[in-house]
Design a protein around this ligand. Sequence first.
Ligand SMILES: [Zn+2]
Length: 229
Amino acid sequence: MPDNLCPTERFTDYSSFTEHLANCKKMQEYPKPLAKLITELQKLPTIGQKTAQRLAFFMLKLPDTETAQIAKAISEVKQLLSYCNVCGMITDTNPCYICTSPRRNPQILCVVEESDDLWAIERTNGYKGLYHVLGGVLSPLDGVGPEQLRIKLLFERLQSSRHAPGIKEVILATNWTTEGQATALYLTQHLERFEMTVTRIAYGIPVGGDLEYIDEVTLAKALEGRRKV
Ligand SMILES: [Zn+2]
């Protein structure tokens, strides 16, 4: 037997086999379907080879019904979700439940980078206005310019709501990273012509901070303490 192949027949029980797999350094030693699962799992953020191996072995031990449910959930998340035509958040209805809610204040618009940031703000329960999700931040080095983001749609949205009861305030809630700040600056300059109040969340958000990972109290205070720019 070539020494790069896993001699599976030498294992007498399942647990010693999976234990061997967990410690196995060479991907080519894995049976092909297992190696494929590990490779695919590594495409996920923060998942390195070790974690991918752990997850794959965990799945091997799950009953078939549970692995089928995981596979179905992954496939449905792409099939059933889309981006709201109005605000750009990830949604299963179009327009989304926030854009269509009569209980939201249509005069305030909060601009965020991604749907994750929107949900982080929603969890504070302190904001009742509308949102606009950019779908990223300006990052010229990565080839992301204004046309790659939903910036033109933001301007169109503001343009069409200039009359009462249109949007009166735009809150720039991009992250406090270099790119998030640059995006907020870009938007500030281009929002001047709309003659609306433009504010920037400030209080308590650390430089380099990602809204998604900031606790709800700090984020609620950051929204309350927003400053005119
Ligand atoms: Zn929406």
